[in-house]
Design a protein around this ligand. Structure first.
Ligand code: ADE
Length: 331
């Protein structure tokens, strides 16, 4: 395709901005963190949203802010209480980094948050995407956000498999510089609710007239280096049963499937009972399984071992239970 015809390059860019923002003004979800431009609140929401669906974030956002209403309160908290408030959101590393960053802001910056994306990047837990989201939403800095949703929207609009810097450039060129925070949120929202990975709803899309793909498109395989993470699960067994927790029914990924309860950190044991490697998208997880009781606040059920082979288990849970010798590989 000729680059001159790309939406990001052409006079269509203005039409793109207007259509997207009118759609957002009419259809934006009424999310709690959109009621304020307070950088503390915006920051907490963006960290929570990094790997967690909106509904789960809403459940925890108010309680977290009630417990830690300011960056100073968060900085002064014990790590155990921050992790407890994070319980249910998973990926506890985010909570630890949020806490570490709060200490930096409160103690080294006199409670003042950075006001641009470049300075946000220095704080633990804040990558390029999160820095741009916070700076554009809370400080109206004209910087574009690229997350998985924005990537898909741009690729479909342009009808080509953009990746890496080309993607960030395209996002910068279409950005509405007068309303960068709204524009970025509109892009993410369109990707999350209309321009979805499978079965995009082109009939109700405000940008359909400008879109090259008008439907699904195989996305580019980008060769991003894999991140490495440790994650910990409790294998809680009692009287021939295992304690498992169920993923929410309203999420796209593995809805309603059963898995082992995650624990925030390794217990004081010498070694995990089992360690398995698990790779998803851009992350290689080292999954540590500890034979400890499930955290008291995790909801779940006890499942008799004989019933496990027929249960809707996540792939990782199945792998763990099989490697633990709890059920045999059905041949
Ligand atoms: N995903 C992450 N942050 C978001 C935001 N502020 N609005 C919509 N989707 C998001």
């Amino acid at each position: 395709m000729n680059a001159r015809h790309a939406v990001a390059e052409s006079s269509h860019a203005q039409e793109f901005r207007e259509k997207l923002l009118s759609w957002y003004d009419a259809h934006a979800r009424d999310l709690p963190w959109r009621k304020s431009r307070d950088p503390y609140r915006v920051w907490v929401s963006e960290i929570m949203l990094q790997q967690t669906r909106v509904a789960a974030v809403i459940e925890h956002y108010h309680e977290f802010l009630r417990r830690f209403p300011t960056v100073e309160k968060l900085a002064a908290a014990r790590e155990a209480s921050v992790l407890a408030a994070w319980s249910g959101l998973g990926y506890y590393r985010r909570a630890r980094m949020l806490h570490a960053a709060a200490k930096i802001v409160a103690r080294e910056r006199g409670g003042t948050f950075p006001s641009n994306a470049k300075d946000w990047l220095v704080l633990p837990g804040v990558g390029r995407y999160t820095a741009a989201a916070i700076a554009s939403i809370a400080f109206r800095e004209a910087v574009a956000v690229v997350d998985g949703n924005v990537e898909r929207v741009l690729q479909r609009i342009e009808g080509q498999a953009l990746s890496g810097e080309k993607l960030w450039d395209a996002a910068e060129r279409v950005l509405e510089r007068k309303r960068p925070g709204d524009f970025n949120q509109a892009m993410m929202e369109l990707g999350a609710t209309v321009c979805t990975p499978r079965g995009p709803q082109c009939l109700i899309c405000p940008l359909v007239g400008l879109c090259k793909a008008r439907g699904e498109m195989v996305s580019a395989k980008t060769s991003v280096p894999q991140k490495k993470r440790n994650i910990h699960y409790a294998l809680d067994r009692r009287d021939g049963s295992v304690f498992l927790t169920q993923r929410p029914q309203d999420i796209r990924l593995m809805a309603g499937m059963w898995e082992l309860p995650e624990i925030p950190e390794p217990p004081d044991h010498a070694k995990p009972f089992l360690t398995v490697k698990h790779s998803i998208t851009v992350t290689d997880y080292t999954v540590n399984i500890w034979t400890v009781p499930a955290p008291a606040d995790v909801r779940g059920d006890w499942w008799a071992v004989e019933r496990l082979p027929k249960l809707a288990l996540s792939g990782l849970a199945r792998k763990i239970l099989r490697r633990s010798g709890i059920f045999e590989h059905p041949k």
